[in-house]
Design a protein around this ligand. Structure first.
Ligand SMILES: Cc1ncc(COP(=O)(O)O)c(C=O)c1O
Length: 482
């Protein structure tokens, strides 16, 4: 890097701090590392020692580095933790609401199909991170060994091989689910849709977290149901006191919830909360639709448990898919439910979409059976963790002061709270003009309350192109300066 000479002192030291932040972004400098000495960096960048000193003092002010007596400056060990996370929004007196989405919902999917738009909109993993070659080998081998089986109908509940592999994964989580309890669906979306149709009807009230994944709100809208949004904490998920109050005062038919790495907030419910939630709803005989599409993508040591672990009465309908972890286009999802709901789920599946693709079921089953899926998952988790860490870092550096960023312990989306004066729908429109996709926060609530929030997909490895797109997004936001 060369520092532009003849510029103001301020401009020069901004470039020097940008240079250090770049080394941190790229992972060359890590928390705890010593930054180059004043003398050394002054020689490398050909600027005065006092410019470097100014730059280091400004980085110290921002909490990026700290001076140690007689030793120099070091990158702060708790760098990522020092970034403020979004505040919970508490809504007094929440009421069931009709959901009304305009075209924005479809637009998010349309722009996410466009490879010329920077991929921060839909919650989508990059295909670069997926084991496409290994999966192709399995698919070819299955097709050549038994073509008729691969091309024939496979009626609900779906192929036994795949259902067995999924049941084994439940048993690894300490949950007793048999292959007979499982119905294969077209992604988690169909699993959620069948579950809602099974437990509720038009006019019924469905409790959801706030914020909640917008496709869930869309399903509720299209089925003529009402959404009751319950306050949620960006770190620990749904507020159980608010839920209990709602249960005591309103007629709630079912709950739909993402306990592990909620989309968009990334919240993870503590195990004690999961148990309490299941007890709270079970004693009132209310069904719980659990969506666990991100559960396998944890960054910590242990996979978080699912609500079904605590379900002693068969009230939890457990939905998930391999869309975020293996092959989104295979559309392999499922719902697991006890006898209480199983037959009704099966009737809805048979009535609305009938068979599921045979080849994809067989290939996925074989990929799981051979152990390749678990090996792939451990690489994928590391990649998403690094991508999220870097994104938090860049957003903290580039976005306006007062920005708050979620700190998810799994998954691959960031939930970003801009200062209150921002209108993220305007940010979304401006960004789109520059071929950058993001999701504005208002989509995650029927009340449009997350007006100054955006969700950023971090499912793609960082490249020069995506870094530039993020920088441009930051410039757009700064220039709005409302
Ligand atoms: C929480 C959640 N559930 C379900 C889905 C949809 O999953 P699928 O593609 O398997 O239908 C998504 C995708 O973004 C999601 O974030």
């Amino acid at each position: 890097m060369t520092i532009t000479q003849g510029e103001t002192e301020r401009f020069k030291y901004d470039q020097v701090s940008g240079y250090i932040m770049d080394l941190i972004d790229k992972g060359t400098l890590k928390p705890g590392d010593r930054v180059p000495s004043l003398r050394k960096l002054s020689k490398t960048l050909k600027v005065s020692i006092s410019t470097i000193n100014q730059a280091y003092l400004s980085l110290e002010d921002k909490g990026v580095i700290s001076a140690r007596p007689q030793s120099g400056f070091y990158i702060n060990a708790e760098l990522n933790q020092s970034i403020a996370t979004p505040k919970p929004i508490i809504t007094a007196n929440c009421q069931p609401r009709k959901v009304r989405f305009g075209q924005l919902f479809e637009e998010i999917f349309t722009i996410s199909n466009n490879p010329r738009i920077a991929p921060f909109a839909a919650a989508k993993p990059s295909m670069e991170l997926m084991p496409d070659k290994a999966l192709m080998r399995e698919t070819k081998s299955i097709l050549s060994r038994n073509p008729a089986n691969c091309m024939d109908y496979c009626f609900p509940p779906g192929h036994e091989n795949l259902r067995q592999q999924i049941a084994l994964r439940y048993s690894d989580l300490g949950v007793s689910v048999s292959s007979e309890d499982i119905i294969i669906t077209s992604g988690a979306t169909e699993a959620l849709s069948l579950s809602l149709q099974t437990v509720a009807k038009r006019g019924d009230v469905i409790a959801v977290e706030s914020p909640t994944y917008f496709s869930v709100l869309r399903l509720i809208e299209k089925m003529g149901m009402l959404a009751l949004e319950i306050d949620s904490d960006p770190i620990t998920g749904i507020n159980l006191d608010s839920l209990e109050f709602a249960l005591d005062t309103m007629d709630i038919t079912a709950m739909l919830i993402v306990p592990n790495f909620n989309n968009p907030s990334g919240s993870l419910m503590p195990e004690t909360h999961k148990k309490q939630l299941v007890e709270l709803l079970s004693t009132r005989q209310i069904p719980i639709i659990e969506d666990d599409v991100y559960g396998d993508l944890y960054f910590g040591e242990e996979r978080p448990r699912i609500l079904k672990t605590y379900d002693t009465e068969g009230r939890v309908l457990s939905c998930s898919s391999f869309s975020k972890t293996l092959a989104p286009g295979f559309r392999m999802g499922w719902v697991a439910a006890d006898a209480r709901y199983h037959d009704r789920l099966l009737e809805w599946k048979q009535a609305t979409s009938s068979a599921s693709p045979s080849l994809q079921q067989l290939a996925t089953a074989e990929f799981l059976r051979s152990g390749q899926y678990d090996r792939h998952l451990s690489r994928l988790r590391k990649a998403f963790k690094a991508q999220i860490e870097k994104a938090r870092f860049m957003v903290a550096r580039l976005f306006p002061e007062g920005t708050r960023i979620s700190d998810p312990q799994g998954g691959f989306v960031l939930w970003i709270e801009l200062p209150r004066s921002y209108d993220c729908f305007a940010v979304y429109n401006q960004a789109l003009e520059h071929h950058i996709g993001i999701t504005p926060g208002m989509l995650f609530s029927a009340t449009r309350k997350f007006k100054n929030y955006i969700r950023l997909n971090c499912g793609y490895p960082w490249t020069e192109e995506t870094e530039l797109a993020l920088e441009q997004l930051a410039t757009i936001i700064h220039e709005m300066n409302p």
